[in-house]
Design a protein around this ligand. Sequence first.
Ligand SMILES: *Cc1c(COP(=O)(O)O)cnc(C)c1O
Length: 393
Amino acid sequence: MSQKNEQSVEFEPIPFYRPDVTEAEISEVVETLRSGWLTMGPKTRQFEEAFAERVGADNAIAVSSATAGLHLSLDAMNLEPGDEVLIPTITFASTGATVIHAGCTPVLVDCEVDTLNLDVEDAARKCGPRTKAIVPVHLAGHPCDMDAVQALATERGLRVMEDAAHAIPASYRGRMVGSMSDSTVFSFYATKNLTTGEGGMITTPDAELAERMRMRRLHGMSRDAWKRYSGGSWRYDVAYAGFKYNMTDMAASLGLVQLGRLDDLQRRRRTIVERYCAALADCAEVELPTSRPEVDHAWHLFVVRMRHERLKVHRDQVIEELNAAGIGTSVHFIPLHVHSFYREHFGYNEDSLPKATEQWERMISLPLYPGLEEREVDRVAATLKQVLERHRR
Ligand SMILES: *Cc1c(COP(=O)(O)O)cnc(C)c1O
């Protein structure tokens, strides 16, 4: 090996994310391509059943994305135009947009400072006569305080729809995320813990809600229309102005293999998290992520927070210097109330949700994925420490 080669290995960038797809996924997808059935069909049904079993749900409905799933789920809850839906401000764009697409008004809720999940006490303060639903988002894969969410929902008669885009597999007091609420929506986007490229899954204990979602997922065509695909009748009835939110069998076959690998993938994530925590334990300039004793964390993200009182620079500068050292990072998320749409349409400003405003400025998500090698974890941690030492106050 020439010295040049060793150097280029040293400076090889560590991307924020790399997909983890093996030959097993590839051959399953190829088999589906050869089967003559590409769109929603037997593989999707099989994936739904296996997924429901994995999270302890009675019904699972596969969809084209979590965004589609959030919209479909709210739509099937038959909320009225102008109804209010409580959502955390620290979340992805689609948690808010789908509430608006369902004809409702999102009401933004501040965060808990340890988990960064929605603060149920703040949700209770913002709960009014028009409030009809609450959407806990399990940020980074740490389940929300679901006992508190359910107590509020029962007291105020709210529907509960969990945004579990980060939370496969996760549990709260021994109950799997996916088995606790009116509906739970998972994402299989390329970067998520389990991927189908693009895709999502809704779970629900409510058979009627499940039936409505199945029908509305595919153009609002009735159950008989579904049978048309397998049974051969050409006749169908459009019973609702539905959506085109179904999963494909290509995606489902990828998902089936990923589901079989999920426990291995999670073990790998936990090992990486432990390694980061050990490496950064003595670094006074960062706050490490919380994992409360009553939860099993899905560890979708590893979010560290800068202790600005110990630093001469802001988080943005730290990100820039990590990037210059070849380390990809991200921020999850810029809170909704910071974005122009929410300021202009709903009148939010920085002071509306003070805790989230303070916390998001401190956050950096470090690379975390099963294919991240040990030496890469060490390099990320060491580089972060060097950057912080350079700017120590
Ligand atoms: C990724 C994500 C979504 C959207 O998932 P898609 O499958 O890409 O539609 C929704 N909510 C959160 C919190 C997410 O991280």
